[in-house]
Design a protein around this ligand. Structure first.
Ligand code: ADP
Ligand code: MG
Length: 613
């Protein structure tokens, strides 16, 4: 019998490889853009027709290729970027497989024009389905243009599989942004069907973000910047009041390449815990620089998933950095009203970082020094009467390169003289529907939820008592008796020692029978001792979060139980106190269960909405 094993012709082998590399027009875009970046270009232009069905063209002003390299670049395993297997671990230039161009050329028509700066003449190559049709000299500018036409022309099954141009274009856009965002120093443009969709001048990351996402992102960004022995983390996260209900504006880059990492996403989400509602997604663009030997990108053919040598450490570092960044930009206590001249808060919230460091952390010693820069907390007697501080912190621009502003870029005004935030008559808060408080501020107004705000304030106060300053129980002369259903009695038993720290002492006198020895008047509010306990137990049962420790759960339940509720009419003084105390909180944005405590409306926004823009 004749031998049956044959070597596949290269063109077929390339087509098979193409199945991995080239799934759709967007994959071609990704490969060509990455090559252009690797070629050291400072300008990259992407032109697409019909969602890439008919044309994908990338022009760069990078290093260009010699005539021989130009021809070689289409050979499989042809790459200038790795020489030995060890280099595979280096992802500083990640387009390391030498497969992309060979794959693309096997399933499309490709025209390449390229010239090195030093050469007089350039090269033009035409390839159709791996077959070289033309190679000639060409007078052209320095750099490289790849034009990919008729993708999958020779594989009808895959061509039919392509989605409508609009959908393919969405994917192309994603890839374009994944290269544009981490490379703000490179001018990038995207033209689709003759229309320029993006024109992104080179600048810093903030400018790139504004160029990509819009002007209104500018003052929503909190810079993140940490350097450790292992890792450098930089980028921005959105402010906690700037979340979206859907995903899409979350980006991780490792050594400038976009990666998907559900695992690291959790780290960021944990850093935002307490600050944003549970179902919301914060904006983030976070760049990790790490020694390439600590990463393995080969786990996924298109290199979007990677494995870190020590991913738990990276997780901790990332979470801590984001938490730190948010902490530094935290709203600081600001008291504005006349009557608070002698406002003496005994409450000194523990900083995020103290709390963070309570939790066991692994080898982050080299990192901890950055926590020394905890956000400055004004002392309570340093009576800050300027709410504008609150916004100053938020608008603070990090020191970056001198801006080369995109045309319609509004540079945030740096305030040299601080005007009084309110004119006297304008500054009184106002309650609506006995539920919300409207409080004018200089740039517009804030709308607070009295219940969420009160829960937040009390939660932090209870935490403080639970961890640092237990309340002395004031014994009652005639302890009240209460009998509880078995399940509730069980709950109460589990929290007895914690509530005692809050000044609530209860003793079990008989099976499911309890005597209430003491309850501090201020935590009772309008409730009697029995309802306080019953409500507390039911809150605890319904809201217990097993991820939190018992003290935090008790603080939450107590805050819910004793908070000022929606529907309660408040005096001006009560409202003012509530606002002051909220902004003295460590985390004023949201209630412990994740409800926002306030939203702010700027005059600009109001004007826009009224004019129907
Ligand atoms: P890889 O990027 O993995 O090396 P590719 O098939 O994408 O493999 O590219 C093959 C080679 O072609 C690259 O290593 C590089 O030398 C060269 N090349 C590709 N695109 C460009 C470009 N835009 N400018 C200069 N050289 C390029
Ligand atoms: Mg490549």
């Amino acid at each position: 019998m004749a031998d049956v094993i044959r070597l596949l012709p290269d063109s077929v082998a390339n087509q098979i490889a193409a199945g991995e590399v080239v799934q759709r027009p967007a994959s071609v875009v990704k490969e060509l853009l990455e090559n252009a970046v690797d070629a050291g270009a400072s300008e990259i232009r992407l032109v697409v027709q019909e969602g890439g069905h008919t044309l994908i063209q990338v022009t760069d002003n990078g290093c260009g290729m010699s005539p021989i390299d130009a021809r070689m670049s289409f050979e499989r395993h042809a790459t200038s970027k790795i020489k030995e297997a060890n280099d595979l671990f280096a992802i500083r230039t990640m387009g390391f497989r030498g497969e992309a161009l060979a794959s693309i050329a096997s399933v499309a028509w490709v025209e390449l024009k390229t010239k090195r700066d030093a050469d007089e003449l350039g090269t033009r190559i035409l390839i159709e389905g791996s077959k070289l049709m033309t190679q000639e000299e060409l007078a052209t500018v320095s750099g490289t243009t790849f034009a990919v036409k008729n993708l999958f022309y020779n594989i009808p099954a895959r061509k039919n599989f392509l989605k409508a141009p609009a959908i393919e274009f969405r994917h192309i856009l994603d890839e374009f942004l994944r290269v544009a965002i981490p490379n703000p120093d490179i001018f990038m443009s995207l033209t689709h069907n003759g229309k320029e969709m993006y024109h992104l001048p080179s600048g810093n990351l903030r400018q790139r973000i504004v160029g990509v996402f819009g002007k209104n992102y500018n003052d929503k960004l909190v810079p993140i910047q940490e350097t450790t022995d292992v890792l450098k983390i930089s980028g921005f996260v959105g402010k906690p009041d700037f979340t979206k209900k859907t995903r899409g504006e979350q980006y991780f880059f490792v050594n400038k390449r976009f990666i998907k990492s559900p695992y690291l996403h959790i780290a960021v989400m944990q850093a935002f815990e307490d600050l944003i509602p549970k179902d919301a997604f914060p904006f983030y663009i976070l760049s990790l620089e790490i020694d390439p030997s600590q990463v393995d990108v080969n786990v996924h053919p298109t290199k979007q998933e990677i494995k870190f040598e020590d991913d738990r450490l990276i997780f901790q570092l990332l979470k801590a950095s984001v938490r730190h960044g948010l902490g530094q930009h935290q709203i600081t206590p600001v008291l504005d009203f006349d009557q608070d001249a002698n406002f003496e808060s005994s409450f000194q919230p523990r900083s995020t970082f103290e709390r963070l460091s309570d939790k066991p952390q692994q080898s982050v010693s080299s990192f901890s020094s950055s926590f020394d820069r905890t956000p400055s907390k004004p002392s309570s007697n340093q009576n800050l009467r300027n709410w504008e501080r609150l916004y100053e912190g938020m608008k603070q621009m990090p020191a970056e390169q001198p801006p080369v502003m995109p045309e319609d870029f509004d540079e945030p005004k740096t305030q040299t003289e601080v005007e009084p935030l309110f004119r006297k008559e304008e500054r009184l808060p106002y309650q609506i529907h006995n539920t919300y408080i409207i409080s004018p501020i200089k740039s517009g107004f804030m709308l607070l939820s009295q219940q969420a705000a009160s829960e937040r304030i009390l939660y932090e106060q209870y935490l403080q008592k639970l961890y640092n300053q237990p309340v002395v129980v004031q014994r009652q002369l005639f302890p009240k008796q209460i009998e509880l259903p078995t399940a509730d009695a069980e709950v109460l038993r589990t929290i007895l020692s914690e509530i005692k720290l809050l000044g609530i002492e209860v003793q079990e006198t008989a099976e499911n029978q309890f005597a209430i020895i003491g309850v501090p008047a201020e935590s009772k509010g309008e409730l009697n001792e029995k309802t306080l306990l019953e409500n507390l137990i039911s809150q605890f049962k319904n809201n217990v979060d097993i991820a939190l420790d018992i003290k935090e759960n008790v603080a939450r339940s107590m805050a819910k139980t004793t908070a000022i509720k929606s529907g309660k009419s408040l005096s001006t003084l009560e409202m003012q106190n509530l606002i002051d105390q909220l902004f003295a909180c460590e985390v004023p944005y949201s209630s412990p269960s994740g409800q926002l405590c306030f939203i702010s409306y700027s005059l600009e926004e109001i004007k826009e909405r009224l004019s129907g823009e």
